[in-house]
Design a binder for this molecule. Structure first.
Ligand code: ADE
Length: 292
């Protein structure tokens, strides 16, 4: 049985920060506090693994070092660049973000939660990640990994508001940057989704679960459910079309083939409609292309 009282935040913070001192990874985006570079890294890291992000983050910033440079590019260039990272809508959102930062914030990322949340495609996770990692604010950054740690520490499922509140309360004063980076690494090294290393965990005496009984992280706020299969999915078909369009425009009749949905033209056209209404793809006369 897990404890029913809240964890001792000060003790947890001390133990985990000490663990982080010797275990925090040296990742390239941890060497910068430039808000644009941080934003790009966190957008990439939300749905793509660290190893795949590293070279692409560096390449992105060489090409689009500031929001102004990005805003001056065609969305098509950013979307084509993104192919391989997956979830291509993130590329269009970054371009929209760069445009809003240039037009409404004189080219500098805002530093308030409210203004960050108002940017296109920026949700609670990304906004707080920019606050913590660029501005070193003491806010809790909750992604699926952190959501899992919080539920286990508390020994129960958390509602979304509770998870954010618990995350904020845990941040040791003045340590927002190190704390949140440490949480990500701890989630990957010890408090993993499956077979967590509770025996070697620096928080085992403070944990409301400690690996005994049902995992409270199951279905708790912010934690991920089962990953849906990629092969044969709509996401895969859309990704194939975007990759094809990265080579140049195609005619509307070629769309099912580009999506590898030749026997499923209705489905292909439905997916195309979705991409058109999101602005990911543009149709003119009889051709389909990326937005310019
Ligand atoms: N996942 C999301 N943000 C991250 C970061 N800053 N470092 C490592 N993994 C992450």
């Amino acid at each position: 049985m897990g404890r029913v009282i809240a964890p001792d935040n000060v003790r947890v913070a001390g133990l985990l920060l000490a663990w982080g001192e010797s275990n925090r990874r040296d990742l390239p985006w941890r060497h910068t506090r430039d808000p644009w570079a941080v934003l790009v890294s966190e957008v990439m890291l939300q749905q793509t693994q660290v190893d795949r992000v590293t070279p692409r983050w560096e390449a992105f910033l060489r090409r689009w070092p500031t929001p102004q440079v990005c805003a001056a590019s065609r969305p098509a260039d950013i979307i084509s660049f993104w192919v391989g990272l997956g979830y291509n809508r993130r590329a269009l959102n970054l371009h929209r973000c760069a445009t809003a930062i240039t037009a409404e914030h004189a080219g500098s990322l805002p530093s308030s939660l409210e203004a960050l949340l108002a940017l296109p495609g920026v949700g609670p996770y990304t906004a707080r990640a920019v606050l913590a990692f660029a501005y070193e604010d003491d806010v809790g950054v909750v992604d699926t990994n952190v959501g899992r740690i919080l539920a286990r520490l508390h020994g129960r499922r958390l509602r979304p508001k509770e998870a954010q509140q618990c995350a904020d309360e845990l941040v040791p004063a003045g340590e927002g940057w190190a704390w949140n980076q440490t949480m990500f690494d701890f989630a990957v090294a010890i408090c993993t989704k499956r077979s967590p290393g509770c025996g070697a965990c620096p928080l085992r005496t403070e944990c409301g679960w400690a690996g005994v009984g049902d995992d409270p992280a199951t279905n708790s706020a912010g934690t991920s459910g089962r990953q849906s299969t990629f092969a044969g999915s709509d996401r895969q078909a859309r990704g194939k079309l975007i990759a094809a369009l990265g080579q140049g425009p195609i005619s509307a009749t070629e769309v099912p083939e580009a999506m590898e949905l030749v026997g499923e033209t209705d489905r292909a056209h439905q997916l195309l409609e979705g991409l058109l209404s999101d602005g990911m793809v543009v149709a003119t006369a009889n051709t389909v292309h990326l937005p310019t």
